[in-house]
Ligand binder design. Structure first.
Ligand SMILES: Cc1cc2nc3c(=O)[nH]c(=O)nc-3n(C[C@H](O)[C@H](O)[C@H](O)COP(=O)(O)OP(=O)(O)OC[C@H]3O[C@@H](n4cnc5c(N)ncnc54)[C@H](O)[C@@H]3O)c2cc1C
Length: 462
């Protein structure tokens, strides 16, 4: 813990920030700086963040200095790597936004099959490093999302049904706690913190994370697309197909409306489709047999092929650059003829919707309650996850996108679970919906590690 008496309490933080600047190897940005708007910007461009200051940590010691400073002056510290999840943060008044983006680097130990990633690493970094050793990480579907934010939140990707949530592959976290202590939590030490970090809350600033990788050198993945007027046929065929697929198959059905952007290929630009996207870990002949019922529907575009797990991030087509996106999600208790009908109706009406994607991911497999138990949230109690998103290029577009999103979610209410999935909850949401029966224990661990509530997380507990 830093005990330097030059940081005396009782003086306005605004004056003291200059002292913090002298103590940092990295950068501190203040509202008076010319590039303040750039420094406070998140990947999620709809988030209008107004912290007291932004610290870009150059190393663990900068994190220690920042937490010490915040504690002395009654401020909070909000860790952020990319800002994909910035919409779920509460107000950043009286808060230092601590960027971990410079704490990058990924090392893979091929003997233990584990990766150690700095808190600034993104999933593309881990996937590429793992693939060099014929290994795969339990990642999300986008390469630009932060490793720490997605893994702490649960993390649902192309290996979800075969290997569970990303949170369950966390082996250890290293970080700085609210008392400025540099700590490590793993199976042998601070196991309570490791448990909470797996899908619950990490009431510390994580500086590095260790993940278990899996021996997957190659798999089959890609998308099949049909014109949007085939939506009912395709969604119901997919529903029947997923009823029998093994856990080695993770898939989703979605309705996609591509905007008329010049950077999109002509085959997609301004057009609307129904799509099925899959990732399959089976050998070639078995894959052909497995996919036959979908291919019998004669897709207009079929990009399913063998690929390295490092290429999986190309399958879902998430935007590589920061975007102003507004989305919402709901867990479905069943993927039945009735809920699939409701999904189709919601996805198709109204025809002029501003939404770009309405998707239904199959859950189950290793996500089934009881099949994994390593953390606060290790499974998802539900059959499917619907995620709905629209782009908000100008402020006036927000209300139509918000209304269209609410309409889709509302149309699925009869099949909705009371639980929410953290990484798909884009605005602050209550602990009971996120953590269920584990909520009380998550609160206890957070209170023990951070009694003053210095670490400001997405979806705060208080
Ligand atoms: C384009 C896009 C695609 C996505 N795809 C998927 C997907 O396929 N599957 C899925 O599950 N989710 C997905 N998400 C959601 C994403 O997982 C969450 O938004 C996640 O929180 C982002 O993590 P981040 O580190 O990039 O974001 P950040 O906004 O930087 O971090 C989010 C939160 O994580 C916590 N956190 C981050 N860093 C630290 C740290 N060093 N110490 C302690 N806490 C920390 C904080 O509470 C922080 O507010 C996607 C989001 C977007 C925008």
């Amino acid at each position: 813990m830093n005990t330097d008496s030059s940081l005396e309490p009782g003086i306005l933080p605004g004056e003291q920030f200059e002292r913090l600047r002298d103590r940092l190897e990295g950068r501190i940005a203040l509202p008076s700086d010319d590039d303040w708007d750039e420094q406070r910007r998140a990947w999620q461009l709809l988030a209008d963040q107004h912290p007291s200051a932004v610290v870009v940590a150059a190393g663990v010691q900068d994190v220690v200095e920042t937490v010490t400073f915040a504690r002395r002056f009654g401020l909070r510290v909000a860790p952020q790597s990319t800002g994909h999840g910035a919409g779920a943060l509460p107000s950043l008044a009286e808060t230092i936004l601590l960027r971990t983006s410079a704490l990058g680097g990924v090392d893979v130990d091929r003997f233990t099959g584990r990766a150690r990633a700095g808190a600034g690493a993104v999933w593309g970094d881990v996937a590429a490093a793992a693939a060099e050793h014929g290994l795969a990480a339990v990642a999300g579907m986008s390469s630009t999302v932060g490793v720490v934010g997605l893994a702490l939140g649960g993390g649902l990707g192309w290996l979800a049904r075969s290997h569970g949530l990303a949170a369950d592959s966390i082996v250890a976290i290293e970080g700085v706690d609210a008392q400025s202590r540099v700590i490590r939590a793993d199976a042998d030490q601070h196991a309570d913190l490791l448990w909470a970090a797996r899908g619950g809350v990490a009431p510390v600033i994580v500086t590095a994370i260790e993940l278990q990788l899996h021996p997957i050198a190659e798999l089959w993945a890609g998308g099949m697309l049909w014109a949007i007027d085939r939506t009912a046929d395709v969604v119901h065929a997919w529903r029947e197909w997923i009823a029998d697929v093994p856990d080695s198959v993770t898939s989703l059905a979605r309705v996609l409306r591509y905007p008329p952007l010049p950077e999109l290929p002509e085959s997609l630009r301004g057009r609307a489709f129904v799509a099925i996207e899959v990732a399959v870990q089976e050998s070639g002949d078995d894959v052909e047999d497995l996919l036959a019922p979908l291919r019998a529907l004669e897709p207009d575009i079929d990009s399913v092929r063998t690929m390295s797990p490092a290429e999986l991030a190309g399958v879902h087509g998430d935007p590589p650059q920061p975007a102003p996106a507004y989305g919402d999600a709901v867990v479905l208790t069943e993927i039945s003829p009735a809920s699939a009908d409701a999904f189709v109706a919601a996805a198709l009406a109204p025809a002029s919707t501003p939404l770009v994607s309405i998707e239904l991911r199959q859950l189950g497999g290793m996500l089934t309650p009881g099949r994994a138990t390593g953390g606060a949230v290790s499974t998802i109690d539900g059959a499917g996850l619907v995620y709905v998103v629209g782009i908000v290029p100008v402020p006036e577009a927000l209300e139509p996108v918000r209304a269209a999103t609410a309409e889709v979610i509302g149309r699925l209410a009869a099949f909705a679970s009371t639980r929410a999935v953290k990484t798909f909850s884009e605005r602050p949401i209550g602990a009971d919906a996120l953590y269920g029966d584990a909520a009380e224990q998550v609160r206890r661990v957070a209170a023990a590690w951070d009694p003053q509530g210095i670490v400001r997380s997405a979806h705060p507990l208080r």
